[in-house]
Design a protein around this ligand. Sequence first.
Ligand code: GDP
Ligand code: GDP
Length: 453
Amino acid sequence: MPLPVVAVIGRPNVGKSTFVNRLAGIQDAIVHDEPGVTRDRTYREAYWRDRDFLVVDTGGLVFDDDTEFLPLIRQQAQLALAEAKAAILVVDGQAGLTAADEAIATWLRQQSVPVLLAVNKCESVEQGIAQTAEFWKLGLGEPYPVSAIHGNGTGDLLDQLITYLPPTEEEEETDEIRVAIVGRPNVGKSSLLNAFVGENRAIVSPISGTTRDAIDTVIEHEGQRFRLIDTAGIRKKKNVEYGPEFFGINRAFKAIRRADVVLLVIDALDGVTEQDQKLAGRIIDDGRACVVVVNKWDAIEKDSHTIYEYEQAIKDRLHFTEWADTIYVSAITGQRVTKILGLVTAAAEQHKRRVSTSVINEVLEEAARWHTPPTTRQGRQGRIYYGTQVSTKPPTITLFVNDPKLLGDNYRRYIERQFRQSLGFNGTPIRLIWRGKKVREMERESANRATKV
Ligand code: GDP
Ligand code: GDP
């Protein structure tokens, strides 16, 4: 399935190309100042959270007198819009609302794509609100103050934008587990990949097929399909110069973003390095499940303590992934390699697991019985009203509390430990969102819930 297209539209000089560069993650591209320069439609890859999409800059829409678009650019914009899943109309918050903006908005309202309104050049937050006010008139809903140059405000806009994009192929395919194999150079990633493919049935070879398949390898193991992500990046790597920023980290980050489960491969000979910690940090930030694979176990001289020493070292140096299973393997001899996929399956199940609200609240009640939330010197005490799991991948639980400030880090960690102890979630990070609520709101909601039950 091709990536969804987002069209960026607006009159010249409002900052469209700067904005597109911002979305595509390039800050220093050259920007031309002449208004009305027709550009070819160029598609740029962009992503936000776990969504990939293409942005297309339609070129500046210009009016001939004050009634007609210049036909060519208008045609371009029309074409771009025809294939777009969403459009972003960019206007200039410093210049204010113009007749050209209104004409474009009128035209956009007649199209069938959802439109978001970005009020650009709003560098200052306070002024931004005032600058956007007049753009409500365009009839395109809430104007978002943004600065393409500095990046502020774009997050809110993109959060909204991705809700307009169709579900990805990957989101629809639920029977496949997406696996990223990441690690420093020479830890044995490609040896592991070969071991997986050697032992299992490779369904899609990484060479032919669609673009996506060309970089992934799909294997089947005990009736379960695994999509090994970006295996071209793992295979093709000989004669690469390793820069100071270690090899392929962006590629690894990209693979992590697409994965359900990440295999963090560590070289038993080197132990846990700073780069491994960096990757682990990313896995947590992106909310991916993880299995720690200590490879080259055959090359280690072992006595009865060795495994405990490794376990301790991993606990110390990768303490933030203490929920992840660790497995000691050899890609070369094949020792325990097939067991990895079993751990991957288990982690993937936890990653998408849903726990009922009643179970969550039992844990919370039990937790509060052992340890009441702290009280401030002024006598204010934190209170957790209730919790509910709001999403999966990773499991995310929102906790409604009287005032999030009253629940400090220690208490939050305590609650997280209680969830872990009672609910497991082995192999996946979990997220807790602490949300303040007024008592009256809470009472109204619980009354509503009570009547529904
Ligand atoms: P386009 O014609 O709509 O593609 O606009 P450009 O991206 O070429 O930008 C037009 C002018 O606006 C350039 O001088 C940019 O430097 C400037 N510009 C773009 N974005 C911003 C912004 O967020 N803040 C400010 N202050 N200027 C911007
Ligand atoms: P990558 O850069 O992470 O893909 O690592 P490779 O798979 O290319 O392996 C790097 C080197 O480590 C090669 O010389 C492999 O033969 C060696 N190697 C990989 N796995 C093992 C293993 O399990 N045991 C031993 N002793 N060597 C291994």
